[in-house]
Design a protein around this ligand. Sequence first.
Ligand code: G6P
Length: 612
Amino acid sequence: MCGIVGGVAERSITNILIEGLKRLEYRGYDSAGLALVSQDAILRERRVGKVANLEQAVNESLVTGSLGIAHTRWATHGKPTENNAHPHVSGHVAVVHNGIIENYQELKDDLEALGYVFTSQTDTEVVAHLVHDALKSTSSLLEAVQSVVPQLKGAYALGIIHTDYPDELITVREGSPLVIGVGIGENFISSDQLALLPITNRFIYLEEGDIARLTRDKIEVFVNGQLVNRPVKELDATVSNASKGEFKHYMLKEIYEQPEALQQTISQALDGNALRADFLKQAEADFANIQQVQILACGTSYHAGMIAKYWFEQLIDVPCQVEIASEFRYRTPVIVNNTLYLCISQSGETADTLAALRDTQKRAVSKNINIVTMAICNVATSSMIRETNHSLLTLAGPEIGVASTKAFTTQLAALMLLILKIGQIKQTISEHQIQSIAAELWHLPKVILDTLQNNAAILRLSELFVEKQHCLFLGRGTHFPIALEGALKLKEISYIHAEGYAAGELKHGPLALVDNDMPVVILAPQDDMLDKLKSNMEEVQARGGELFVFADEHSGIHNKDRQHVVSVPSISATLAPIVYSVPVQLLSYHVAVLRGTDVDQPRNLAKSVTVE
Ligand code: G6P
């Protein structure tokens, strides 16, 4: 998705802007640009493709300045062309924008009637012209922006500069993330604090509706024209967290970070084999009252929710529904009293999940229905964490690869911890069972570490996928969502068409696809369904299908003709889906590398989907 970086300083900020954009590359984009105020002019460079193309252009043209805005664009309105790339300029105004201005066509018609000529097909350009026009009747850039914002409908974050205000950067947050990075004698903005971590660890998190004016040594935040106080928060995230280190790709690094990420996530909740007394203490009264759970999520986070549904019902007898947020938000679902609405999101900014949450909250208030909201999220400062009653952090550290790995497995660990807590409060799980799952959770990082030892074996298997066009993933129970997740991973980074199926559904359709050329990946943990799964494997083999089986070391499944087995360390059936996530991640990773795709930034995809 689009990314914003901007700053006002004494020194030249050209390199800071470029470096910031590079740190946002992981979010997915198709063009990049920047604008700097230099003497009386706006200097602008824009390029289609990678930030490296923009960097080269900037190096050649030697544009420099101490006030500027920069942007990576993920096309929504208009193709990824240089003309459509941001910043957009109107006279002496330059604007970068994340999000969508929904009423842009109406505004554009009005502006054209006033004589404004549009040079792009974007929704953003209206903002530049509106500010330009507003300056005719206002006395400062801030006032002009304040008069424009009420005219805009949609979700947006903006960065705005003007040559007549060479020490001033105006920014707006309305439905799209925006942080201010506080420096010494210099200040910055970004849509993601990650972009600014090399220059500051002090941030102001703007609220929806905030408009801020940054100068070199002052930050003023306004709500409805009134100055408000927003606290400066210090972050302890280190810069090294966001670099690839010795790994070829972020995705591989993040796969290998899972033992530690899980350790961190688990440690916050457990004291020995018991739940810590302070773990989610403030939510206890709410948990005691809830009768059911509704999970809302997108993408990989949705798959984590699907697994949690099995756990909620099997382990603590609490009914649980899980739904893709983009469906839920548009189907007027019944809001039920005493329901826990649980959002799962790595970023905490996914537009559909946020909208589903907000709509639910609004409808519950209007109908006077008592609900509890909660977020499981990897970003402590995200909108979702701020807007829910309770939250539980996954402590995975920044996840840069578009394909989610460590965020997914830590979401599963966090969900398990939450389920134990709710079960304890509702007394639907015994202390003995809590202790035994807790003991296994402590052991989990070691099991994941052992599973990672299969990397070389999985690399060898992946060579057999390189030429394939299609692939099936099969699993049962909690491994059905892992099959879906395996298929999602493979398609998003290797571009091989893949489908995940509940193995019991095989004969209701997908079996028709099985032939010599259809690799079938099987997830075979040691659980009650193993014998049934073995029958499904026979059905595939009888049709000439080639099997790639990730199987428990004691499953009795061995290599044979057209059956390749990678043995997975033993783990209880309950926690097995966390472990079986790892081989499917590694398989997709190696297939993608062998096919030469852009593993960390697959085509057309974005890390944080902040527009619907
Ligand atoms: C995008 C990402 C996925 C992610 C999904 C939901 O599609 O590429 O990796 O699972 O968004 O994101 P969230 O931040 O809400 O977990």
